[in-house]
Design a protein around this ligand. Structure first.
Ligand SMILES: Nc1ncnc2c1ncn2[C@@H]1O[C@H](COP(=O)(O)OP(=O)(O)OP(=O)(O)O)[C@@H](O)[C@H]1O
Ligand SMILES: [Mg+2]
Length: 401
């Protein structure tokens, strides 16, 4: 039996010095934002007039997942507020995650609540219970009594259930809803087609400036990871580990979130194996885990049938590796088999088509239209964008629980 002086526990983490730097919600400081100088300066130019008391341009930012959109929008907004303050301009910004606040009422409530200071305005913004128009009235009063200029970041803007809030915000000044305060909207989306769905009037006022954030290349991902390598203890990271992780992540998505996840997992693998260094070969395993996480997150909360449909596509992809996509009828056959195995009634072909569409919307699969000539008419093909092995693993692990 160990006595009290024995070290039963390790007192210091042998791998990580400051693991927070690699956690999902960590907001990196200025020196750690790498490879987005042009995007940051373009954004700053668009909102710059705010500092002279003029209206900032409304901006729409597009880009695939993990390209730094949310990060840069928050960073520029924060800097604008600081600079405005130095100029004696009262400014603030509000951040809305539209995936969470999907309705107009929820979004206005969040904005009003986050910019409000009840002690000064005497205005209350309850979590719920007011009509949408009352929330708006309170928001306009708060803005006019506290600020010269306000930026509103609408992140994941495509998740909003309709355009109404965009109309209200983009026209608030013109419509005389607010008198002194200038408003700028920064919309963010990873759906490049999003704008096509927008009402023409909203489009013209909301899309004064548009920016597309490209995926990161291997060098940029490497710089991003290098800038956080002090998450690890000195000498723990093998010199080839980051370059390898960067190469892998760049080849797949150019997604910084995934690159950082890979690095964190590689460290955890080293930890669990009791290894003293984070070696390059841990990266392969870490990559698989990061990919699995990403997919698990994407399908969280989906129904059994929605999963069977994906499982069908994974089975088809694994047994026909050369083929780039499968027709709806093929997918449906395999789906029906899965339902039989599961002892569950299959849904109609039409419902399955809808489920496939939902997966396409999340970029889990890709749909392409083909013309089969006059005899056949046109048809759709579906292809998995995720690694079919990952899809199969995650779906079977779900079936067990
Ligand atoms: N240029 C960068 N420098 C340092 N870290 C970055 C950079 N770009 C992204 N990151 C980090 O990568 C992760 C993802 O970035 P961010 O959340 O901004 O992506 P996004 O484009 O908003 O993705 P999504 O569309 O999925 O919301 C964050 O943890 C962020 O800190
Ligand atoms: Mg984001």
């Amino acid at each position: 039996m160990p006595n009290a002086s024995d070290d039963l526990f390790t007192r210091e983490d042998p791998i990580f010095a400051n693991k927070e730097l690699l956690e999902i919600n960590h907001l990196p400081g200025e020196g750690r934002i790498v490879g987005r100088d042009d995007e940051i300066s373009d954004l700053a130019t668009a909102v710059n007039p705010a500092i002279f008391g003029q209206s900032p341009s409304n901006v729409l930012i597009y880009g695939k997942t993990g390209t730094g959109k949310s990060l840069c929008a928050k960073y520029v907004s924060q800097r604008l507020v600081e600079t405005a303050e130095e100029e004696g301009v009262k400014a603030t910004f509000a951040y809305v995650d539209c995936a969470q606040d999907t309705t107009e009422t929820q979004a206005v409530q969040t904005i009003a609540d986050s910019v409000n200071d009840t002690a000064i305005t005497g205005i209350k913004v309850p979590d719920k219970g007011l009509s949408t128009s009352t929330y708006y009235k309170r928001l306009w009063r708060i803005l006019d009594s506290l600020y010269d200029v306000v930026l509103i970041i609408l992140d994941e803007i495509d998740k909003l259930s309709d355009d109404d809030i965009l109309m209200q915000l983009s026209r608030a000044g013109e419509a005389g809803k607010i008198a002194g305060c200038k408003l700028g909207v920064i919309g963010i989306s990873n759906k490049i087609q999003y704008k096509d769905r927008m009402d023409e009037r909203v489009k013209s006022s909301l899309c004064e400036r548009e920016f597309v954030f490209p995926p990161y290349d291997a060098n940029q991902l490497r710089d991003i990871m290098d800038a956080r390598s002090d998450a690890f203890r000195d000498g723990v990271l093998d010199p080839s580990t980051i370059p390898r992780a960067a190469a892998l992540a760049a080849r797949e998505h150019g997604d910084a979130r995934k690159a950082i996840d890979i690095l964190r997992y590689a460290g955890e693998i080293a930890q669990s194996m009791g290894a003293s260094t984070v070696r390059e070969n841990f990266v392969t395993q870490a990559r698989q885990r990061a990919e699995t996480d990403r997919f698990r997150e994407l399908i969280r909360g989906s129904t059994p049938h929605s999963r069977y449909v994906l499982q069908a596509l994974a089975i088809l992809s694994l047994s026909n590796q050369q083929q780039d996509g499968f027709r709806t009828s093929r997918v449906y056959e395999v789906y029906e088999n899965i339902c039989r195995q599961q002892g569950s009634d299959s849904l109609s072909l039409r419902r399955v088509r809808d489920l496939l569409k939902e997966h396409a919307f999340l970029d889990i699969i890709e749909q392409s239209k083909h013309s089969g000539g006059s005899a056949e008419g046109s048809y759709t093909k579906h292809q998995l964008l995720e690694d079919p092995d990952v899809v199969k693993d995650v779906l079977t692990e779900n079936a067990d629980t």
